[in-house]
Ligand binder design. Structure first.
Ligand SMILES: C[S@@+](CC[C@H](N)C(=O)[O-])C[C@H]1O[C@@H](n2cnc3c(N)ncnc32)[C@H](O)[C@@H]1O
Length: 213
């Protein structure tokens, strides 16, 4: 897993990226103080990347798989125009309640709709024809290929899939656990997919960007 102590090079990246809002800083501190597995939170550098990608793509309709305490959702919501929307999925009612309490304090929180339940069920129940401009995948890694194949038909041409943790703390080089193999299989799946143009970034724990042709 991602180490809790920030490496000097990560700190340097953070110091040279646009700072998060005061509410995001508070959410990060709250999550670290109160939540097990607080290292799951995307954090300031990836949050800044997500904000930029939302703005650069002009996304208005975002789907998020894996919300946790809401850091990535709120980061993207802050970058969306006033009529932009995020549909965010998670299975954990406790972290979802924390996320909701922070969204309620943000002028951008109204852009985020939460769906509690397994993301594959949420995807299967979506209205036919519902499309997204950008999808951020950050839920359970074993389902990454299933998520990707479910969301790609709902992505508009030119839309972007962003998948987090694609380096899996380096385990992709020597996979042993089931989740290691799942990430390796996902990365190969995207790399071989003629429907997209993709790049793997070594930001934080690895971020795959795949643009639908
Ligand atoms: C890495 S965390 C997400 C971090 C979040 N994007 C952030 O920036 O703080 C992964 C989340 O996926 C959720 N999750 C796990 N399995 C899931 C599933 N089957 N469907 C939806 N969410 C799931 C977990 O409850 C957890 O909150």
């Amino acid at each position: 897993m991602i180490p809790l102590v920030e490496a000097p090079i990560e700190q340097y990246c953070r110091e040279h990226s646009t700072a998060p809002s005061a509410l995001l800083q508070e959410l990060e501190a709250y999550t670290i103080a109160h939540c097990a597995q607080s290292q799951m939170l995307t954090g300031p550098v990836e949050g800044a990347l997500l904000r930029l990608l939302v703005q650069l793509t002009g996304a208005r309709r975002i789907l998020e798989l894996g919300m946790f305490t809401g850091y990535s959702a709120l980061s993207m919501a802050e970058a969306l125009p006033a009529d932009g929307k995020i549909l965010s999925c998670d299975v954990d009612p406790q972290t979802t309640a924390i996320a909701r309490s922070f969204f309620d304090r943000s002028p951008h929180g109204g852009k985020i709709e939460i769906r509690l339940g397994p993301a594959l069920d949420t995807l299967a129940a979506l209205e036919s024809g519902r499309e997204f401009d950008l999808v951020f995948m950050d839920a359970d890694k074993e389902n990454y290929i299933a998520y990707y194949d479910a969301v790609l038909p709902r992505l508009r041409p030119g839309g972007l899939v962003i998948a987090d943790n694609v380096l899996w703390s380096g385990a992709v080089l020597h996979p042993q656990q089931q989740s290691d193999h799942a990430i390796v299989a996902f990365n190969t799946h995207v790399q071989l997919d003629p429907r997209v143009e993709n790049v793997m970034l070594s930001v934080r724990d690895g971020v795959m960007l795949a643009r639908k042709r």
